[in-house]
Design a protein around this ligand. Sequence first.
Ligand SMILES: Cc1ncc(COP(=O)(O)O)c(C=O)c1O
Length: 377
Amino acid sequence: MEIETTCIHSGTKPDPTTGAIMTPIYQTSTYVQDGVGKHRGFEYSRTGNPTRAALETSLATLENGTFGLAFSSGMAATDTILRLLQPGEHVLAGNDVYGGTYRLFEQVLRPYGLDFSYVDTSNLDNVKRGLHNKTRMIWLETPTNPYLKLTDISAIAELAKNHPSQPLLVVDNTFATPYLQTPLSMGADLVVHSTTKYIGGHSDLIGGAIVGVGKPLQERLAFLQNAVGAVPGPMDCFLALRGIKTLHIRMARHSENAEAIASFLSNHPKIEQIFYPFHPSHPQVELGRKQMKAGGGMVAFIHRDGEQAARHMAEHTRIFALAESLGGVESLIEIPAAMTHAATANSPLAVNPGLVRLSVGIEHIDDLLIDLKQSLD
Ligand SMILES: Cc1ncc(COP(=O)(O)O)c(C=O)c1O
């Protein structure tokens, strides 16, 4: 099936008891057993829940994986993946990642003995040089948050497979979503999502997911999901499932609007530089066009007059709401250095304080352009 059909049908089938076309919210902690140890597939909702199972199947299908696992947040999904590793092992990560991911790596997991280093993964040589005999994982965002840098997933997968330490390649696909790219089809081992963002799509839930291929990873990660217990409630799974049904049309419109905004900003005298994967000024625009179906809904730019002007602009939009997060139908604006990426302050991953990040929504493009123009004026 094509993704438009998968979005609407994957994971959901009419409820066997009532015929309800939408998967019900199974708001239950436990399940009555027919005899000791004789259950109907569900024992306890930390281990499994039918609404969650529908979401997990849907995500696995969309990402071309053989399994999906849902979590209570993107960070919970990330943390669970890192628990595949042992103290002393090394992760090579991109040097532009979500601030919360960097905080988890440096302030939570490094003290437990994991080692992290960061390189610009858009350059393959950096990745080659960064791998060593203790490297068990490569962690990529593409496009990255917030600079929207791209990495060639197939090329890195090739490098990982041929390296003696056999690192797992993990791609955080939150920004692109499976509508724009499916990293597992390009050789990645695992995909991670903050389903809070485009998967949910309506800024009304916090969730995360892991999707992968093969029994060994599935068994270990499902064990960790149950043992650690950072699982989502059925209501949030229902909302994510509902969001997925329109993922394809939302992503197409987000991308269309964002591309028009990138073009407008690139011609505006108050903008020094814009970052958008499908804009001709992007250094990897060709890779973007090869790897992604469209440019996505995120745009970042540097205000020519610096930090104060950037903040002033972000505080004076009328449709773009000043807020963290991204991926909802409504447009958002933020200053990463002070907001989403504050945890990277004074680190090698620190963000330019004059950088503005837009999560372009699916409102009418003319209204969005008028709003940006008046706030820049
Ligand atoms: C790229 C990316 N990955 C992971 C996360 C973490 O997700 P959550 O906020 O759902 O824990 C975020 C949150 O902004 C993100 O932007």
